[in-house]
Design a protein around this ligand. Structure first.
Ligand code: FAD
Length: 389
């Protein structure tokens, strides 16, 4: 195999190029990104970048890196079509041939059918974050559509900068897809304590010139409206090429699509959960990075190894770092330890551990979840001390 083409020069696409070279791949690597920038990290966009505006800190590698590693980086190029029969991708008049193609196209904001939503700002890209920063240079009233990680991270920063903030969440609790009810409750108290107004079970019904109107009729006057109500995977390219798509580009345990010359990874890929075998799609740096390493290793060694990394996530909100090791379903049981760590259980099996400002427990949890199944009985026997396992 001589020519590897990666579509999407984000966190995962870049990591794949890096890992291919570090694994010893000597052929050509073409990394194609629709954005104009060098590959950059997104997590700070809703955190430090909103405060310091320093885009250089976001850059994952300098331009010289790509020259040194002989990686052809094409920025500002949107791949429009895959010709699978001839193994070529097309962007306008430009065609690029591949022996293996990797789709790392990420996600974009979900746009619910809310009247007036065109008045709301996104926070997915550096361009979005720049626009948001510009809006925040004068004291603002901010309305946030969605009480998930990104909406709440933005809320915490905006409050710390002295802006008025109101978050409207459709579900009865914050971050409901990702954390236990206990954790949701703690973050609700934290945000309200910081002066953020939080509406639960009360989705935004419309966006107007004056702000937003909630489902219960309340009107929230605002100068800035942020849309942070979830994302959709960028799958159009794959679907048009006849690859299987179902809430993401469907891949097997080796991260291969239904065409064995095409892999998919990161936020856009649906893969079998290594624990349950059920299809999942994760939106995290961990998944994008570990997918990339798995694919690079397969392409270089020709050995198929099933993807099996333990998922983990983090979110910085004010002075709290929330960390989650593992993956819990919303209905999973919770046991709250004396130090506040929350252990989640699917039946009697440990599925996830949630912590705030507790890196040690987070790392112990990742280690425990990477090994043989840990049961509630195992943990009761050691008084829920993960280090004693
Ligand atoms: P991306 O990094 O999104 O890259 C995909 C790239 O593909 C994009 O640049 C896109 O323009 C490009 N592309 C799409 N289609 C085409 C095409 N047809 N042709 C060419 N290029 C194309 N994760 C965490 O784990 N922790 C956090 O704290 C965290 N915070 C976040 C905060 C924000 C504001 C955002 C937006 C995300 C955050 N994430 C966080 C999520 C994390 O950034 C993503 O999971 C990660 O970037 C996914 O990597 P990826 O390579 O799959 O996609």
């Amino acid at each position: 195999m001589d020519r590897i083409v990666i579509v999407g020069a984000g966190q995962g696409g870049l990591q794949l190029a890096i890992s291919l070279r570090s694994e010893g791949f000597g052929g050509s690597i073409v990394l194609i990104g629709a954005e104009e920038y060098l590959p950059y990290q997104r997590p700070p966009l809703s955190k430090a970048y909103l405060k310091d505006g320093d885009a250089r800190k976001l850059q994952l590698r300098p331009a010289t890196f790509f020259e040194r590693k002989e990686i052809t980086l094409l920025t500002g190029i949107h791949v429009e079509r895959i010709d699978r029969a001839n193994r070529v991708v097309w962007a306008g008049e430009q065609s690029i041939a591949y022996d293996h193609l990797i789709l790392a196209t990420g996600t974009r904001n979900l746009r619910p059918p809310i009247p007036g939503l065109h008045n709301a700002l996104d926070l997915r890209t550096l361009t979005d974050a720049e626009a948001l920063r510009e809006a925040l240079v004068i004291p603002c009233r901010c309305a946030v559509i969605g009480g998930g990680f990104i909406g709440l991270e933005f809320a915490a920063v905006a409050r710390s900068l002295g802006h008025e903030v109101c978050v409207a969440e459709a579900a009865p609790r914050l971050m409901s897809r990702a954390v236990s009810a206990e954790m949701s409750g703690r973050f609700l108290t934290k945000h309200r304590g910081a002066g953020t107004i939080v509406h639960l079970d009360n989705p935004v019904g419309s966006v107007t010139d004056e702000g937003v109107v909630l489902a219960d009729g309340s009107e929230i006057t605002s100068d800035v409206v942020l849309l942070a109500a979830g994302v959709v995977p960028n799958t159009e390219l794959a679907a048009a090429a006849g690859l299987r798509v179902d809430n993401g580009v469907v891949v097997n345990e080796y991260l291969l699509t239904t065409d064995d010359s095409i892999s998919a990874m990161g936020d856009c890929a649906v893969f079998p959960n290594p624990v349950t075998g059920l299809p999942i799609r994760l939106e995290s740096i961990q998944a994008a990075t570990d997918h990339a390493k798995t694919i690079a290793s397969r392409l270089v060694t020709n050995i198929n190894t099933a993807y099996a990394a333990v998922p983990w996530f983090w979110s910085d909100q004010s002075d709290w770092k929330l960390q989650i090791a593992g993956l819990a379903a919303p209905e999973d049981d919770s046991v709250v330890r004396d130090d506040g760590a929350v252990m989640r259980f699917s039946g009697s099996t440990l599925s996830a551990v949630e912590t705030i400002n507790n890196a040690r427990t987070h790392l112990l949890a990742r280690k425990a979840l990477a090994g043989a199944q840990v049961t509630r009985e195992d943990l009761v026997a050691v008084n829920f001390d993960l280090a004693a396992l």
